[in-house]
Design a protein around this ligand. Structure first.
Ligand code: SIN
Ligand code: FE2
Length: 213
């Protein structure tokens, strides 16, 4: 069988969809949210190996992972036991504009990549609403994003994501393997050093988790 053309249909990259003002406002929102729902370092299922990114969430449900419980959505922060802060209205608007979905997102994962963080190739599998696109925003340092087809062994394509870029994984691309090879440290001044020592990259990923209705 011939290799599919990559990225698969339903993948969209919207370069600098958010201008610098909007990016700065979003970072302020993340900083405020992190005071209530602090970034923590999650661990892989079974091995307990720590991820190289730190995480927090916005929304009714937050994506978490730990050694005992594995990948899942939880309504409260694993350390504070408190609900996650709400998804900011500008992100809800972005979802309404780009997802084409009939219901709002329930989760917005906030990943903080330090200079040496990466994310291995994976498929987002933990959502019941598999027909809803994933909408993701890049803020801060540039990153090399990799996207493949629906099998782990297939070919992949890569691209550089910059601050303000928005990626949509919809349609066939919803089940694409994807990951982040590396960050390009020092390529952005967006992240305040007091809150994000060493700078890095913030990625905001919105998802619908449960089937609506
Ligand atoms: C993810 O797949 O969870 C993150 C993708 C990204 O950081 O751009
Ligand atoms: Fe993902």
């Amino acid at each position: 069988m011939s290799e599919p053309v990559l990225p698969l249909p339903g993948f969209r990259l919207l370069p600098e969809h958010l201008n610098r003002t909007a990016q700065a406002a979003l970072i302020e929102t993340v900083v405020a949210a992190a005071k209530i729902a602090p970034f923590w370092r999650p661990a892989m299922p079974r091995s307990g190996q720590p991820l190289s990114v730190k995480m927090t969430n916005f929304g009714r449900l937050g994506w978490v992972t730990d050694k005992e419980g594995g990948y899942r959505y939880e309504p409260v922060h694993p350390l504070t036991g408190e609900p996650w802060p709400p998804i900011p209205p500008v992100l809800l608007d972005l979802w309404a504009q780009l997802s084409g979905y009939c219901a709002p997102p329930e989760a917005c994962l906030v990943n903080w990549y330090g200079p040496d963080s990466r994310m291995g190739l994976h498929v987002d599998w933990d959502e019941e609403a598999a027909d809803a696109a994933v909408v993701s925003v890049s803020l801060g340092d540039k990153a090399r994003f990799r996207v493949g087809g629906t099998t782990r062994r297939g070919k992949t394509a890569s691209m550089v994501l910059s601050s303000g870029d928005v990626v949509v994984l919809g349609g066939a691309a919803r089940r694409s393997y994807h990951g982040v090879d590396r960050i390009y440290p020092g390529t952005s001044t967006l992240l305040p050093d007091e809150v994000f020592p060493g700078g890095g990259r913030i990625n905001l990923t919105m998802r619908r988790v449960t089937l609506p209705g």
